[in-house]
Design a protein around this ligand. Sequence first.
Ligand code: SF4
Length: 290
Amino acid sequence: MTSWVDLKSKYEISWCPGCTNFGILTAFLQAIEELIKDGKINKEDVVVTSGIGCAGKIGDYVNVSSFIGLHGRALPLGIGIKLGNPKLKVIVFQGDGDTYNEGLEHFISACKENPDVTLIVHNNKVFALTTGQHTFTTEPGYKSKSLGREVFEKPLNPMALALVSGATFVARGYSLWTDHLKYIIKEAILHRGFSFIDVIQPCITFHNTRNYYESRMYKLEDIGYNPTNFKEALEKAIEWDYTLREDSKIPVGIFYRSERVSLEDGLNTKEWYKINKDMNIRKLLSELLV
Ligand code: SF4
């Protein structure tokens, strides 16, 4: 029987002591453990891709197949792996800089095309590994080293963007509510189509917003929220505007889920996979090269 502790690699973890990324790692490993125990997934089929930054390091810390890609490009990498072998369960980890700055077009494209891939975003509202420069979700008033002034621009709202771009599973979690995050991750992995989780992950070293969030968050399940209505999901998505206003209330949980054809099914990639698997590539290449 696989325990979540065995699903952690032996590499030394280099996140800062007390970093909230540990909560995401634990929630993810426990989610995988439970899905394996319940016979819903096989460990051999799980593939993790990650980008660059503190979030990207998670690819080293999981004892499953993993691939650390370029900044902002872990999502298309994961989609490519899924298209190559549709049997795999692909989970992509990126930071907010990765996803909403460098890789924004990939994010919108995934929402629209609906590949059966899960994207987990560690959103600490800064480029943390490079010591706290602002990103597209940084709130006004934050002093960014790369700007030499305070941010005054409006932050991007990734929840609303995902919804209007066509995402079929949209959720927000909190890195230190690990049981709740584990539940969301399990639902996201089992969802057929693109599943997106924006995880609030305060960077305790460069942008410590823990107290702000913990006094304002509430769980959608606690108010009997039903995530099947698009308009209600959009209302929930704009309830918090990613600023640090005093009067904010921040919902976490599953905002929206719906069904439509996935990218793999639309392209019939199972058939490609069968053809590729049966094909003797070495023989084919030798014939082509003579
Ligand atoms: Fe965590 Fe911030 Fe340290 Fe990165 S810099 S490991 S996000 S606390």
